[in-house]
Ligand binder design. Structure first.
Ligand code: HEC
Length: 110
């Protein structure tokens, strides 16, 4: 057991860190679809098909620091998620996992 336990911990940790597209879908529907469209095709906000393929740190920066891929500040009505947090998060900034799940879901939209 003393040998197996660390392996189990490692495997469980890996499973928890894996992206969860379903959770990303829930975040997208609750927070983004109204402005960016159910399929991220664009509506009040631009389509997010390019942003879906931004390098993960660039996408995370957009969510947390309110700038686009070139570092240009975003504008209202796009919410500043780093300040307001996703629905249900009580104003807490999005987590790394939430952002990864959200981007993983965006990649599934065509
Ligand atoms: C109230 C409307 C609204 C909501 C809700 C909203 N956005 Fe936006 N979003 C916009 C607008 C408008 C822009 C364009 C802002 C600008 O011109 O700077 C934008 C821009 C963006 C951009 C930059 C796109 C690019 O190609 O430069 C990303 C990425 C983005 N939004 C992601 C999201 C995500 C992810 C969510 C949900 C967590 C979300 N937005 C929710 C309105 C919204």
């Amino acid at each position: 057991m003393s040998r197996i336990l660390p392996l189990l911990v490692l495997l469980t940790g890996t499973a928890l860190a894996a992206v969860n597209v379903k959770s990303g879908a829930a975040i997208y529907t609750a927070n983004c679809a109204g402005c960016h469209g159910a399929k991220a095709q664009g509506n009040v906000g631009p389509n997010l098909h390019e942003a879906a393929n931004w390098a993960p740190p660039i996408f995370a920066r957009a969510m947390l620091k309110y700038v686009d891929d070139k570092g240009v500040p975003l504008k209202a009505p796009m919410p500043n998620w780093g300040k307001v947090g996703f629905q249900g998060d009580k104003g807490k900034a999005p987590t790394t996992a939430e952002i990864a799940n959200l981007q993983a879901y965006l990649k599934t939209l065509k």
